[in-house]
Design a protein around this ligand. Structure first.
Ligand code: SF4
Ligand code: SF4
Length: 381
């Protein structure tokens, strides 16, 4: 293998037991960790969206985070692992999250688990965003490595390297930020702003076991069987999109990056190590967003868009009426209603901006991404 020739690597990986060697191979294909000098302070920005066990496949697997930590420590770097999960950003919430997600494995490998819960607002030179509120620990490092999990996502189709950087925003401020960008393309632009501001040195994706369906927290674990390493989040996500059967050109975050000339939106233009098509799944359950935008501007566009749009939908039998969704909803679109023996959320569809925060934060998987029969048919196709 010629190192540094490639800017993105997709290496097959059957299980987390083999993942350390696979990660080393993927990194080596794109030039390894040569940028790491002794004494360098590195933050691994994992996806720790909720205090869920690794088997739930919502968070970056601890075996991979620990393996990366070990490699960085061997090069003399000091490593901090962090994220701002949904909900309260407090030391107690972080401790519970690290214990559940298995990040203590990374601690054993030599990483510090971030306990700093301070944050601040800074001016950034974004196109969609000028004021960004983000977590302070990210300022105490020389480089950020973005380590995402590959999952379906209600609003932007997939959660991978670009979306993972949304976790720089403290948990309870994320819904507010969503509310400022109700249009999916504006939201995607804002995500690109965040990526361009922090410029992760490497973008890695745990796609060994991903999450399909009701992602990014309450979906179904699905074996995808790969580890992705790339120089930029856009290349990593182009490969990730292809792995789960999406056209990269139709993923809103990659479309936003393409509009700025940060990528072409074509996997063929990525200097790629590995054969993505040999691993790619054709039946991964997520929404092919391109099929939605395809009809825009046509006479039947409005009707078709209404029929295709996905929306949050409460499952009254699963709901425990905890009101978390109501309290988190940035559009104040949710009230609780009692019908018969069930009390569950009622959503005012005129107010809802389809940010899916209610679905992401529901502790009982009682709020799901509703897809119309037409969308389900398109997915099958
Ligand atoms: S967060 Fe989930 S369980 Fe709680 S009220 Fe909303 S739908 Fe029901
Ligand atoms: S109802 Fe859910 S999807 Fe709609 S705005 Fe509120 S939190 Fe977002």
């Amino acid at each position: 293998m010629e190192s540094s020739v490639y800017t993105c690597a997709v290496v097959p990986c059957d299980s987390y037991e083999d993942s350390a060697a696979v990660l080393a191979r993927a990194l080596s294909a794109i030039g390894g960790l040569d940028f790491v000098a002794p004494g360098m302070r590195i933050v691994i920005k994992a996806n720790l969206v909720a205090p869920l066990k690794p088997e739930a496949a919502a968070t970056t697997h601890p075996a991979l985070v620990a393996a990366l930590t070990k490699m960085l420590v061997e090069r003399g770097a000091s490593v901090t692992v962090g994220d701002s999960p949904g909900g309260f950003f407090t030391p107690a919430a972080l401790a519970a999250n690290y214990a559940a997600t298995g990040m203590t494995e990374a601690e054993k490998a030599g990483a510090k688990l971030n306990k700093n819960t301070a944050y601040h607002t800074a001016h950034i030179e974004g196109r969609a965003m000028r004021e960004l509120t983000y977590t302070d620990y990210l300022d105490d490092c020389d480089a950020i490595i973005d380590f995402a999990k590959l999952k379906s996502h209600g609003m932007v189709g997939m959660s991978a390297a670009v979306k993972n950087m949304y976790g720089v925003i403290p948990g309870l401020i994320k819904p507010e930020t969503h509310y400022l960008y109700p249009d999916v393309n504006d939201f995607a632009d804002m995500l690109v702003d965040i990526n361009e501001h922090f410029k992760p040195r490497l973008s890695l994706i745990d796609a060994v076991i991903g999450m399909e369906g009701n992602g990014p927290t309450a979906g179904t674990p699905r074996k995808i069987g790969a580890v992705i390493a790339a120089k930029t989040p856009y290349e990593a996500d182009a490969a990730a999109a292809r792995l789960i059967g999406l056209d990269p050109a139709g993923v809103p975050t990659l479309e936003a990056a393409r509009r700025r000339g940060l990528c072409s939106g074509r996997i063929e233009d990525v200097s790629l190590y590995g054969d993505v098509s040999a691993i790619a799944l054709s039946d991964f359950k997520t929404v092919p967003r391109k099929s939605i935008s395809f009809y825009k501007g046509t006479l039947i566009g409005k009707f078709v868009e209404k029929a295709l749009v996905q929306k949050p939908m409460p499952k009254k039998k699963k709901c425990v009426a905890c009101r978390k969704c109501m309290n988190i909803c940035p559009a104040k679109a949710i009230t609780m209603a009692t019908r018969g023996k069930y009390t569950y959320p009622h959503i005012d569809r005129k107010k809802c901006i389809r940010c899916f925060c209610c679905q992401e934060f529901c502790p009982k998987a009682a709020m799901v991404v509703h897809r119309s029969p037409i969308v389900r048919l398109l997915q099958k196709k």
